[in-house]
Design a protein around this ligand. Structure first.
Ligand code: RFL
Ligand code: PHB
Length: 399
């Protein structure tokens, strides 16, 4: 098989890239290790920045998001038992975020891809990427045929590594060509999804003596809640009742009273990590999204960063084919990394502010309290938080 761009991974990065390239008349094949149902079963991000919303519109998949998504102009910070609202809308000159789950985004992108008759290979095994340092890169993979495994090859102009943190693309780069930066946090998030109305109409980020908690949602009838947990905790140890009790204990009296509980539809523990691999381009191989960087979920930047990488990458590839210019390709890595590091900084800062660390006793706790107090009493501090939360603008200036 031959295509212009071979995209490894059918997560939001790979599918969005495929859609934007298709709109521009560029041929791409998506190769995914898992089945479509498996990809849709992963419950992840829930908050989209305007940049991401605009891209989904540009890709022609925004209709359901605008109908079912919830536009939020603020969120609440809970500490020392009281809630304080960050009015993002007022602080950023009218900006907001869209609450719409990653599962739904992925669903919409998959539907658009199959409606357009585009090729996606699911359940591909032993995917490997070759010759991306020369003019003719190649992707090899296997599928299960009636007589056993079948070997396939795709010749292409470019490979987009959209295969997440554990993917094959970053691992295929010569390790001396790569610099990685990493920070692992000493706790995880236990998350629950339940068909109960959200406790409040906006998100609540809580810093409490018992640890961090987050009240989020997927719709007016479906809630997503998280509590900070030990890295050694196993999800089987947490009954639904134990989760609800712990969440309730981390809320303010009014929210505690308003909390509606019910059986969980999904429950999982995610470790928290900051990670960046530099650079994000190696010849004709590009890394995008979680394949190149991870942020802790405080601040909801993971999916949004994946979308901005895809914006820079799709623009670069369109420029290459339409204008015969490789300027966008040459600037891809630097453009992405400037935005990535700002989101890394923000996610690390917000995580540090809101969680209980092993050493958050005494001095650490007093500093957290002072910073939270500063945030709600200083308009400039609140504006800085709001500006980062709604998302920094895309910057196409030469790095
Ligand atoms: P994804 O979504 O991981 O998709 C990568 C896809 O590549 C496939 N793949 C391969 N395909 C072919 N060959 C191989 N060798 C392959 N190896 C892997 C995978 O099966 C998968 O389908 O990366 P992408 O597209 O870059 O999207 C990034 C976002 O998914 C991610 O940033 C966010 O979901 C991060 N994240 C969260 N972000 C938020 O903003 N808010 C959250 O609440 C939030 N929760 C989470 C998260 C990430 C988690 N992970 C990675 C474990 C919760 C979890 C548990
Ligand atoms: C979510 O709804 O899953 C969510 C929302 C905000 C975050 C992280 C996760 O900061």
């Amino acid at each position: 098989m031959r295509t212009q761009v071979a995209i490894i991974g059918a997560g939001p990065s790979g599918l969005l890239l495929g859609q934007l390239l298709h709109k521009a008349g560029i041929d791409a094949v998506v190769i995914e290790r898992q089945s479509a149902d498996y990809v849709l079963g992963r419950i992840r991000a829930g908050v989209l920045e305007q940049v991401c919303v605009d891209m989904l519109d540009e890709a022609g998949v925004g209709t359901r998001m605008h109908k079912e998504g919830l536009v939020h102009g603020g969120f609440e910070m809970l500490f020392q038992g009281r809630r304080h609202r960050i009015d993002m809308h007022a602080l950023t000159g009218g900006k907001s975020v869209m609450v719409y789950g990653q599962t739904e985004v992925t669903h919409d992108l998959m539907d658009a891809r199959s409606a357009a008759g585009l090729t996606t290979i699911y359940s591909a095994s032993n995917v490997s990427v070759h010759d991306f340092d020369g003019p003719r890169p190649r992707v090899l993979y296997q599928t299960e045929g009636p007589d056993g495994p079948q070997q396939h090859a795709i010749d292409c102009d470019f490979i987009a590594g959209c295969d997440g943190f554990h993917g094959v693309c970053r691992a295929s780069v010569p390790q001396d060509a790569l610099t990685t930066y990493e920070k692992v946090y000493p706790f995880g998030w236990l998350g629950i999804l339940a068909d109960v109305p959200p406790v409040s109409h906006e998100l609540i980020y809580a810093n409490t003596e018992r640890g961090f908690a987050l009240c989020s949602m997927r719709s007016e009838t479906r809630s997503r809640y998280y509590v900070q947990c030990e890295l050694t905790d196993r999800v089987e140890q947490w009954s639904d009742d134990a989760f609800w009790d712990e969440l309730r204990a981390r809320l303010d009296p009014q929210a505690r009273e308003q909390l509606v509980t019910g059986p969980s539809i999904e429950k999982s523990i995610a470790p928290l990590r900051s990670f960046v691999a530099e650079p994000m381009r190696f010849g004709r191989l590009f890394l995008a999204g979680d394949a190149a960087h991870i942020v802790p979920p405080t601040g909801a930047k993971g999916l949004n960063l994946a979308a901005s990488d895809v914006k820079y990458l799709s623009s670069a590839l369109i420029e290459h084919y339409r204008e015969k210019s490789d300027a966008g390709i040459d600037h891809y890595s630097d453009r992405c990394l400037r935005r990535v590091w700002k989101a890394e900084r923000f996610s690390w800062w917000f995580t540090s502010l809101m969680h209980r660390f092993p050493d958050t006793a005494g001095f650490g706790q007093k500093v957290q309290e002072a910073e939270l107090d500063y945030l709600i009493h200083s308009e400039s501090a609140a504006r800085s938080l709001a500006e980062n939360y709604v998302g920094l603008p895309l910057d196409f200036a030469e790095p």
